[in-house]
Design a protein around this ligand. Structure first.
Ligand code: ADP
Ligand code: ASP
Ligand code: MG
Length: 453
């Protein structure tokens, strides 16, 4: 069985839906199909949640969502039936927006409209391509905790629900991104979460393959929007791909690979626009293991430096520092220390997803025992590859290449698959282009050595 996930741009227009339906139809093993909202719709719904939005802007956004869906529906054979369904969903969306009792569940319910609308249309498009797909409400299968906006799956319940509701002899179409908690309230799994849904379902039904169909022909050596001559990678290991997605490779939601690794599901990333291109296979062990396979970028990083003479030869200082951050649920990425100071990086978007930020209250708590400085407008660049910690001659050429830039933090040695550093955000894209040209296109780097035993 193959689980196939189609992202927003793969279902964003009538033509895109046609292409994606043809892909599903071309292999009868593709029996569980997961799709995102039509591209742009989740962004529009996120804009609509703003309580300060004036009514003109609100109407503009609603009309944009309506037009995007009607443009598809009016080209479908069963447009009358689809129009009826869409009109009903759209008036529910309006009612939901007018609901004055906005509680913590309200936003997730709002965001879910995107996937609920797209799947109602795509199930008909699949029918028109001769695929008798059953529409499945993902909220009946993807059971999560009640962490609204960033819900965590409850694997045991998902396994049981999938066994009950997914008939492996039939084809099912369901929504990515959304689930429900034990009380039945709609939850969402974080932006880009449809990849994660598809992986959880692939794990639950023990699929052979998970396919991620997107707008680029695989996982690239870097974001092709920054470096147009970046290349699709034929094969990459789970651990490299996991680092790449965590460190900014938007092509996969960072949590996607965990379920695939647990159940040994091979993952393929390919372009629904050019399905004949090979795409990328993500496998347990890749045959070719270059030292530098890819470069990723994460913007919007904050550097927090905590300095205290009390740290000198004392124990417990780091514990005290991390206790404050943990109490406020602040997630930390990179850490470097000197004798009297600690530098940590925080990702604004990751913390915002957990509804926390580095605010004055936290800084005041830290100031009770240390001097604190905060720097913004930074970016994290990660070199992703193999044996980065045990290959000699990597750091020299890298630092020489970065000579003219101010590198604020370097993290090397914690992972064999990743070497990363913090630089000014305004230099980030130039640095990516320069490093990609030097180390990936022109391969000015030693080959990976066998793992140290
Ligand atoms: P979808 O809507 O299909 O989920 P996304 O926009 O979430 O698609 O992810 C695909 C995009 O990820 C690509 O258009 C590309 O610009 C971006 N991207 C960033 N880094 C990479 C990378 N290393 N390889 C491929 N795509 C990448
Ligand atoms: N529609 C959701 C988003 O845009 C989920 C996804 O596309 O994966 O974040
Ligand atoms: Mg995505």
């Amino acid at each position: 069985m193959i689980v196939s996930k189609f992202g927003g741009t793969s279902v964003g227009t009538f033509e895109a839906m046609q292409r994606s339906a043809r892909i599903v139809a071309s292999n009868t093993d593709r029996r569980l199909v997961v799709i995102s909202a039509t591209s742009g719709t989740t962004n529009d719904l996120v804009a609509l949640q703003d309580a300060t939005l004036d009514s003109t802007s609100k109407e503009e956004i609603l009309q944009r969502i309506e037009k995007r869906h009607l443009d598809i529906i009016t080209k479908c054979q069963k447009q009358d039936k689809l129009l009826k369904t869409f009109r009903k969903q759209f008036s529910e969306l309006r009612l939901h927006l007018d609901d004055s009792g906005r509680d913590k569940r309200w936003k997730d319910r709002l965001y879910a409209f995107g996937e609920l609308m797209s799947t109602k249309i795509f199930v008909e498009v699949l029918q028109e391509h001769g695929i008798d797909a059953q529409w499945l409400d993902a909220r009946d299968v993807i059971k999560t905790d009640s962490e609204f906006g960033n819900a965590n799956p409850i694997l045991e319940s998902i396994g049981k629900k999938a066994a009950k509701l997914i008939d492996k002899t039939k084809t099912h179409l369901t929504q990515g991104f959304i689930g429900s908690d034990i009380f039945g309230s709609t939850t969402t799994m974080g932006r880009g979460g449809s990849d994660f849904t598809a992986a959880l379902l692939a794990e639950a039904v023990r699929a052979n393959t998970l396919e991620i169909w997107t707008d680029v022909a695989g996982v690239f050596t870097t974001d092709p929007r920054i470096v147009p001559d970046a290349q699709a990678i034929n094969e990459i290991s789970f651990s490299e791909a996991a680092e790449l997605s965590v460190f900014g490779g938007k092509v996969l939601h960072p949590a996607t690979l965990k379920p695939a690794i647990r159940e040994g599901v091979n993952v393929r990333v390919a372009s629904s626009h050019n399905p004949d291109e090979a795409g990328t296979w993500i496998v347990k062990e890749a045959d070719h293991k270059p030292v530098i396979r890819a470069i990723s970028l994460r913007k919007d990083q904050t550097l927090l430096t905590v300095n205290s003479l009390e740290m000198l030869h004392k124990h417990g200082f780091l514990a005290q520092l991390f206790r404050v951050l943990a109490d406020h649920r602040i997630s930390v990425d990179l850490v470097t220390t000197s004798e009297v100071s600690v530098a940590l990086t925080l990702d604004t978007a990751v913390n915002a997803a957990h509804k926390v930020e580095l605010n004055e209250q936290i800084l005041d708590e830290l100031r009770k025992f240390a001097e604190v400085t905060v720097e913004e407008d930074l970016a994290l660049v990660a070199l992703i590859g193999n044996n980065l910690d045990s290959t000699s001659g990597v750091v020299g050429p890298l630092f020489t290449a970065l000579e003219q830039f101010n590198i604020r933090v370097v993290c090397h040695g914690a992972s064999s698959n990743n070497l990363c550093f913090i630089i000014n955000e305004e230099d980030a894209e130039d640095i990516i282009r320069m490093l990609h040209d030097k180390f990936i296109t022109r391969k000015e780097m030693p080959e990976a050595k066998p793992e140290l035993s």
